[in-house]
Design a protein around this ligand. Structure first.
Ligand SMILES: [Zn+2]
Length: 634
């Protein structure tokens, strides 16, 4: 493995520590030992005791992470830590100094430091942590302090039952003889391992690792308030997704603890989220299974595909993950965006999303990217590297992302669709995106790493381009595709490519008069504009901006009873109307505006337009979208 970013940084400021560590044979040090207890779960905090043994002499720094694997922005997990105290191997109290917002220093010790701290947490999602009387839902970087220099040490995590309760654990940590005690081979694996400890139901199913191969166990650990029948339905849909995605690669990865675990919290106080990990995923939703079945299965499809794409086929910028900083990568259009294309594709192939719903999703994707003004400023690779700016909690200052940004999920999904169709079009279906993904898996994913949690051959953008060149047998094509559609700002000719499958890309409502896709909040006196107004719209040309209040259109006053859509319904594109509005400053404006035609795009089947696809189109569509579309073996 190449010397990692974290290791390089460490070498520059503590070569002495490294020298001492290198003098100790690998594996000779005892594990870092974590003990988590929940004396008052109703008050939503936990107690952590962590013992760092076999330390080199000199100051010892323990730190809380600032970021979490699968998140690309900063989250500052130190904010809820209190009562940090330290003792040495003899149990003597040691002074602790907070030397940075994330770091606690013990200046001197006898080779062992035992830290205790209390941690408040009240957010059920994939990033933070929550403790209450029903569970402890723990994302590891939000929970566990760690020490630079000990990244390769194994760890042990032991949970204590809260008073009077008997909870169950679901985690990708490795089991031990003790059902409440687990281990991790190194820090990367430890911090990638969420823990759900609570009133959960665990369902299991097994699927062949590869056709004719040994069985792999998949577990669904569900913390929910739904019925057993709803849970059964969810587990069955999950099984079908697993099989549809396995067919793309011809095999499942080796899940090192002996199983893969979906940790699902569908609770009224949860926040909607999905977060991939190496051998597990966390899915959270404030709605019950019955209400969000398809959406949750969509999250299953997205997160499970990450066991290949991201967890093992890993962008170089994310390997190893840097817990002390944001983790920007130019490849998120591939890591997240291609995943967002394949999640819906595999749902359709698995029979859990019909063609109409699949096309509706891709309509939104193609519409957002083809028409999005953000594409005028940057391509998918640059959108990817902006993740730390865009993904974090709502910024204090306003942004204009509506005009200058397109999510790398959406942009990448459009590239995935475009690349899949382009490959199928150029080769008459002999080469597909499935082949490209399989090539990425064979070269970058399947070789694995020196230990679970480490990836030996993460890919660069050049690697991704080279794999594409190999599967299509055309280096110029791959270079051109990356230059124009990934680094550049062009989009493929979706209309022509979709036509190959008997699909039509067309304006959804070309006869509808349109002022812009305005986000409006109606009041008794008008409609307040609640988001930035998009460039290249009649509303923008009229001078409208966020916080202005639209008062009347064509003399008709707007209010909670009379909406803009009601007025525009009586107009046609090209008509000129008077628009009256009040700026945020109080200034009143009355202008004449030419109404445009609604430019929103949709993808529909040729059948819906009244025509019939020919045999070629039917074959193309079948090979792409049917379950058999991905059944070739590696
Ligand atoms: Zn994702």
């Amino acid at each position: 493995m190449p010397l990692c970013r974290v290791a390089r940084r460490r070498a520059s400021w503590s070569a002495g520590v490294l020298a001492v560590l290198l003098a100790v044979p690998a594996g000779a040090e005892r594990p870092v030992d974590y003990r988590l207890s929940f004396p008052e779960p109703h008050h939503r905090w936990l107690q952590v005791e962590v013992t760092f043994p076999d330390l080199p002499p000199g100051p010892f720094d323990a730190r809380m992470s600032r970021s979490s694997p699968g998140r690309y922005a900063l989250h500052e997990f130190a904010k809820n830590v209190i009562d940090v105290a330290a003792t040495d191997g003899a149990g003597r109290r040691l002074p602790v100094e907070r030397t940075s917002p994330h770091t606690w220093r013990v200046a001197d010790h006898d080779g062992l430091v035992r830290l205790t701290y209390r941690l408040f947490g009240d957010r059920v999602d994939g990033t933070y942590l929550a403790v209450d009387t029903t569970h402890a839902h723990l994302n590891a970087p939000a929970t566990l302090m760690w020490a630079a220099g000990l990244e390769h040490r194994p760890a042990r995590v032991t949970l204590t039952q809260p008073p009077g309760r008997s909870w169950t654990v679901a985690t990708q940590l490795f089991p031990t003889g003790d059902p409440l005690s687990f281990r991790a081979p190194n820090l990367q694996y430890l911090l990638d391992s969420p823990i759900e400890f609570g009133e959960i139901a665990i369902r299991r199913f097994s699927v062949p690792t590869r056709p004719g191969g040994p069985e792999t166990t998949i577990r669904v650990a569900m913390h929910h308030q739904s019925t057993d029948a709803e849970l059964d339905r969810f587990v069955e849909a999950t099984r079908r997704i697993v099989l549809a995605q396995q067919a793309i690669f011809g095999e499942l990865p080796d899940f090192e603890p002996g199983h893969f675990t979906f940790i699902v919290d569908a609770l009224p106080w949860a926040h909607g989220d999905g977060m991939e990990h190496r051998n597990s995923t966390v899915i959270t939703s404030p709605s019950s299974l019955a209400h969000v079945h398809t959406a949750l299965v969509g999250t299953v499809a997205h997160e499970f595909f990450h066991v290949w794409n991201v967890e093992r086929i890993r962008p170089r910028a994310l390997e190893p993950f840097d817990f002390t900083d944001a983790n920007p990568s130019r490849a998120l259009w591939l890591a997240e965006g291609i995943t967002s294309y394949v999640d819906r594709l595999s749902m359709h192939r698995a029979g859990v999303l019909d063609l109409e719903a699949t096309l509706a999703r891709w309509s939104d994707v193609v519409d957002a990217v083809v028409r999005g003004p953000g594409r005028g400023f940057r391509g998918a690779a640059e959108m990817s590297v902006m993740a730390p700016l865009v993904d974090a909690a709502r910024p204090v200052d306003r942004t204009n992302w509506e005009n200058t940004y397109i999510s790398y999920y959406t942009f990448g999904a459009a590239i995935g669709l475009g690349l899949d169709l382009t490959l199928r079009d150029r080769t008459d279906g002999r080469v597909t995106l499935d082949d490209d993904l399989r090539a990425m898996w064979e070269v970058h994913g399947r070789p694995g790493g020196e230990a679970p949690g480490l990836v030996a051959r993460p890919y660069s953008m050049d690697d991704a381009r080279d794999r594409l060149a190999e599967v299509i047998g055309d280096g110029d094509f791959a270079a051109d595709f990356f230059a124009r559609f990934v680094e550049g700002r062009e989009v493929v000719d979706y209309a022509r490519l979709l036509a190959r499958a008997g699909l039509v890309l067309r304006p959804r409502a070309p006869d509808r008069a349109w002022l812009g896709d305005l986000s409006l909040e109606y009041t008794a006196t008008g409609a307040r504009i609640a988001a930035p107004v998009a460039f290249d719209t009649p509303a923008y040309a009229a001078g409208l901006a966020q916080d202005d209040e639209l008062r009347s259109v064509d003399g008709v006053m707007l209010d909670t009873a009379t909406r803009l859509v009601d007025v525009l319904d009586r107009r046609v594109p090209g008509e000129r109307v008077r628009v009256a509005f009040k700026r945020r400053s109080g200034e009143r404006v009355d202008v004449e505006v030419t109404l445009a035609a609604d430019p929103a795009l949709e993808i529909v089947t040729l059948e819906r337009t009244g025509a019939t696809p020919d045999a070629d189109a039917r074959r193309f569509r079948e090979a792409w979208l049917s379950p058999a579309g991905a059944t070739r073996q590696p």
